[in-house]
Structures are given as structure tokens and as C-alpha cells.
Design a protein around this ligand. Structure first.
Ligand code: UDX
Ligand code: UDX
Ligand code: ADP
Length: 480
């Protein structure tokens, strides 16, 4: 029986290994992590991450050929294939701070593998890492090898949160990079054989190591760039009276462009896009390519602009002040169908409004109050360094309350901001909400989920990203 061990039981490692276990009954999969509470949660009825369809798969496989454990060294020693899926935060200090990936967790995982291994191993990079990380890992393993042979593969994961299981069941492609030597090719074939249990052969692409590593950064950079492109257009739409939905639809009909991933929003979030672009920028700078670095930096700058533009729109339309006003925040996760808040635009929007002394009442279907309070008290990049968290300042804590439903959040509010596209927000009883609010009642739709025409009929003053403005908003002073 082939044994697989995955180091890191997070958003990537957990679901990916669950699907491998489901699709490959002949393979034993152990997911290990240094975090005791995380492993305890994976072994309980309350999994540490919310992902549609995941519970059922874990229930079906756990204890059969899928195991979650803190016995890291034991499982690593026994495995034939080791996936490394530990976190790779952005460095907060030293060389490359704010841009370069912090490979501390990776390096310690590699050294541990070298320490405990007694048989040949295939080591698979699963977490997104800077190009040439495999080479560094290879060096650590080779120089501590005690005669054991290691083959390093890069197998970046392309799943998106909220649709992880679907993406893993039917991936657009599986990418495997390895050395161009006979042993390297043998390792590639061994990993390919795992995926071939359910992925059609023509969807499994093999490349050299560096191409695989760079493809992951490039794919995320291209996706983020599409959103910044459509968001930049949304600002122009608002200024000219064009409608971003109509523009996106028309543009996406060109088969060279395609219709997906063209929704204007309050900004992109998530653990990958910003981190991977910053990393790409750093790699370009280190390789003497400042023009290329500047090109990609702009994607993040437009994203930051979109978030502050949203805050400015809220404040300027509410008579240039939100001080002391209650504002309901509907949605805090970085996208629907996940409880993940890493880099969610809601953090910047909420902090912007709190900066203007608003009172916030926040409601999200999956994010806990504890998480919201933690996020609003963090500095940038802290989320991936959980040890350094500060408690929320007492002043900020007073201005934020967390509601158990949307109606409660909106009761007595002057305005509503929709920051996550949860389906529930499309079908709320907006008449009931309107009746419970101060007038004029404002609604700022950061995800274009509501029917603005219907809401205006009820009496709301509605702002939708990239859509023709309410006459009310048109008369307000221009926003930056
Ligand atoms: C992304 C990539 O899609 C995935 O392939 C990679 O493996 C990890 O990073 P993820 O961050 O989980 O996945 O979600 P994604 O669906 O890509 O959304 C990222 C952000 O972009 C979210 O905040 C989302 O709301 C936003 N977005 C997405 C838009 O604003 N508009 C869109 O049209 C699409
Ligand atoms: C373009 C648009 O494609 C078309 O829809 C619009 O109506 C007019 O402008 P055109 O300029 O005739 O058409 O040719 P196109 O095929 O788009 O190529 C434009 C340039 O981009 C060419 O120099 C082409 O060589 C270059 N190109 C195109 C690349 O360098 N790489 C590519 O992958 C595609
Ligand atoms: P991702 O979104 O990439 O899956 P996460 O932060 O969700 O990232 O998960 C990474 C996991 O890796 C965390 O649960 C963390 O505890 C774990 N981890 C980090 N370093 C090690 C290590 N040396 N050994 C085992 N687990 C580790």
C-alpha cells in the first residue's frame, strides 16, 4: 500500500488529502500538523474549515484510509510521498519585508524530513512558494541525506475556497513539475499515478520544476489582474454612466477573453492573490526587472484604491460623516461559502469606517465574533503569524458589535454595506429592513447582489459598484 503524508492540515492540505483518500482507496493518507487544536478539530464533528461537501468526505474516509494526527515524525518516516502544505506568510521583517515569502515553516519541515527519514522519499511542494524553493529544499535534504534518495516535485494546488471539493473532483488541470533526470521523471510518474485515479490523463500536465512553481504565481497574478481590470473599469463606469455588468458581459463574450472572473467588487481578498503578487514583484526586483515588478504592483494598488473608493463613497454620501452612525456590515468573509477572512476587503472597509468613528454591526453566516474582533485588531500580514496577535483596543471594541442575523444588524442603522456575496443577501426582506432603519436609508452594495431598482422603489438610496448612480449620490461631492 502506498503511503502519503501531508504536512500542514490547513485550507489546502485538508481538503486535498480528503479527496485523494476518497478517490484512492488503496492509498493510506495521513495529514499531520503541529497544531494540536487543529488536528483535534479535524478529528471531531466540527471541522476547522467550512467548505461545502467536505464534511461528508471526511466522515466517509476518516479512520479508514484518512488519518489526522500530530505524530508528524512517525507519519513522515513511514510515507512514500510527502506533501508539504505549510503556511508561507509574507515576511514582516528583514530582507524583503512586506514582499518576500517567509520560508521558515518550509525550512523547518524540510529539516525534519531529513532528520526522520529512513527510506527514499518523494517530497511534493503543495503550498505556493517562490520560484527556486524546490532547489533550496533539495539542498537541505541532499546535504543531510544519510544515503537516502529524495526527489522534489512541485505540484501547486489551484483549488478556490468555497468550491474546493468541486475543483478537486474536476480540476482544469493538475500540474506536476520535476527534475528532467530519469529519477525525476520516475517520481513525476508516481505522483501522476495517484491523480490518474480520477483525473483524465490529458488534464495532467508535466513540466520542469521552475515552470510549475512560476505557473502558480502567474495564474494567481493573471486572475487578480482581471479583477483589478474590471474594478478599474467600474470606477470609469460610475463616472460616465456606463454599467459595469453590461460592459463585463460584452467584453466576456469575446472567446479570447471569456466570461468568468469579471465581477466588479469592493476588492479581491483571500490568502493567495495579494501574497503571491507581492512575491512575484519581489522575484522580479531581485532579478533586475523593475518594469515587470511595477506592472504587477499596479494590480494591488488598484485593489487598494477600490476599497478606499468604497469607503469614501459611503462617507461622502452620508453627508460627509459617519461619526456616531450605525452601519450594518453584511458579510465579512473574503468570498461566499467560506468562513475564511484572510485579506478580506471587509477588514479594510471596516477599519476605514471605524476611522471615521462609525458604529458597526457586523453579520456573516460563517465567521465567528472572535474572528471578526481578532481581524479588526490586526496589523497587515499578522493573520499569517498567529502568535503576535494583539487584543482589540477597548475604544474600537466598543464601536463594533456582531449580530446574529441581517435584520438585527440593520435595525436602527443609517446605512448597510454588503461586503460578501452570500446568496442569503439576495433574498432578504428589504422592506422589513428599510422600515427598521433611520431615513434616508442607504445601501452600498460592494458585490452587486441586490436588485437596485426594486430597492429604490422601497425607498433606499442605493449605490452599486460600477452602476449608474442614484440622483442623490450624483449630487454629492466627488469622491477620490
Ligand atoms: C484563488 C484562485 O482562484 C485559486 O486558483 C488559487 O488556488 C488560490 O487563490 P481563492 O482565493 O480561494 O482562490 O478564491 P477566488 O474565487 O479566486 O476569489 C479571490 C477573491 O477575488 C475573492 O475575494 C473574490 O470575491 C474576488 N473576486 C473573484 C472578485 O472580486 N470578482 C470575481 O469576478 C472573482
Ligand atoms: C485587434 C482586436 O483583436 C480586434 O478585436 C479589434 O477589432 C481590433 O484590434 P488586430 O489589431 O487586427 O485586432 O489584431 P490582433 O490579432 O488582436 O493582434 C494585435 C497585435 O497583438 C498584433 O501585433 C499581434 O501580433 C499581437 N499579439 C496577439 C501578440 O503579441 N500575442 C498574442 O497572443 C496575440
Ligand atoms: P494553506 O491555506 O496554505 O493551507 P494554512 O495556514 O491554512 O495554509 O495551513 C498551514 C498549516 O501548516 C497550519 O495548520 C500550520 O499549523 C501547519 N504547519 C506549519 N509548519 C508546520 C510544521 N513544521 N509541521 C507541521 N505542520 C506545520
Amino acid at each position: 500500500m502506498v503511503k502519503i503524508c501531508c504536512i500542514g492540515a490547513g485550507y489546502v492540505g485538508g481538503p486535498t488529502m480528503a479527496v485523494i483518500a476518497l478517490k484512492c482507496p488503496a492509498i493510506e493518507v495521513a495529514v499531520v500538523d503541529i497544531s494540536v487544536p487543529r488536528i483535534a478539530a479535524w478529528n471531531s464533528d466540527q471541522l476547522p474549515i467550512y467548505e461545502p461537501g467536505l464534511d461528508e468526505i471526511v466522515k466517509q474516509c476518516r479512520g479508514k484510509n484518512l488519518f489526522f494526527s500530530t505524530a508528524v515524525e512517525k507519519h513522515v518516516a513511514e510515507a512514500d510521498i510527502i506533501f508539504v502544505s505549510v503556511n508561507t506568510p509574507t515576511k514582516t521583517r528583514g530582507l524583503g519585508a512586506g514582499k518576500a515569502a517567509d520560508l521558515t515553516y518550509w525550512e523547518s519541515a524540510a529539516r525534519m524530513i531529513a532528520d526522520v527519514s529512513k527510506s527514499d522519499k518523494i517530497v511534493v511542494e503543495k503550498s505556493t512558494v517562490p520560484v527556486k524553493t524546490a532547489e533550496a529544499i533539495e539542498k537541505i535534504l541532499r546535504h543531510n541525506s544519510k544515503g537516502i534518495k529524495y526527489q522534489i516535485l512541485s505540484n501547486p494546488e489551484f483549488l478556490a475556497e468555497g468550491t474546493a471539493i468541486e475543483d478537486l473532483f474536476k480540476p482544469d488541470r493538475v500540474l506536476i513539475g520535476g527534475r528532467e533526470t530519469p529519477d525525476g521523471q520516475k517520481a513525476i510518474q508516481a505522483l501522476k499515478a495517484v491523480y490518474a485515479n480520477w483525473v483524465p490523463e490529458d488534464r495532467i500536465i508535466t513540466t520542469n520544476l521552475w515552470s510549475a512553481e512560476l505557473s502558480k504565481l502567474a495564474a494567481n497574478a493573471f486572475l487578480a489582474q482581471r479583477i483589478s481590470s474590471v474594478n478599474a473599469m467600474s470606477a470609469l463606469c460610475e463616472a460616465t454612466g456606463a454599467n459595469i455588468s453590461e460592459v463585463s458581459h460584452a467584453v466576456g463574450k469575446d472567446t479570447r477573453i471569456g466570461p468568468k472572473f469579471l465581477n466588479a467588487s469592493v476588492g479581491f481578498g483571500g490568502s493567495c492573490f495579494q501574497k503571491d503578487i507581492l512575491n512575484l514583484v519581489y522575484i522580479c526586483e531581485c532579478n533586475g526587472l523593475p518594469e515587470v515588478a511595477d506592472y504587477w504592483k499596479q494590480v494591488i494598488q488598484v485593489n487598494d484604491y477600490q476599497k478606499s473608493r468604497f469607503v469614501n463613497r459611503v462617507v461622502s454620501s452620508m453627508f460627509n460623516t459617519v461619526s456616531g452612525k450605525k452601519i450594518a456590515i453584511l458579510g465579512f468573509a473574503f468570498k461566499k461559502d467560506t468562513g475564511d477572512t484572510r485579506e478580506t476587503p471587509a477588514i479594510d472597509v471596516c477599519n476605514g469606517l471605524l476611522g471615521d468613528k462609525a458604529h458597526l454591526s457586523i453579520y456573516d453566516l460563517q465567521v465567528t465574533e472572535e474572528q471578526i474582533r481578532r481581524d479588526l485588531s490586526m496589523k497587515k500580514f499578522d493573520w499569517d503569524h498567529p502568535i503576535h496577535l494583539q487584543p482589540m483596543s477597548p475604544a474600537a471594541a466598543k464601536e463594533v458589535s456582531v449580530a446574529w442575523d441581517a435584520y438585527e444588524a440593520a435595525k436602527g442603522a443609517h446605512g448597510i454595506c454588503i461586503l460578501t456575496e452570500w446568496d442569503e443577501f439576495k433574498t432578504l426582506d428589504y422592506k422589513k429592513i428599510y422600515d427598521s432603519m433611520h431615513k434616508p436609508a442607504f445601501l452600498f452594495d460592494g458585490r452587486n447582489v441586490v436588485d437596485a431598482v426594486k430597492l429604490r422603489e422601497i425607498g433606499f438610496i442605493v449605490y452599486s459598484i460600477g452602476k449608474p448612480l442614484d440622483s442623490w449620490l450624483k449630487d454629492m461631492p466627488a469622491v477620490a
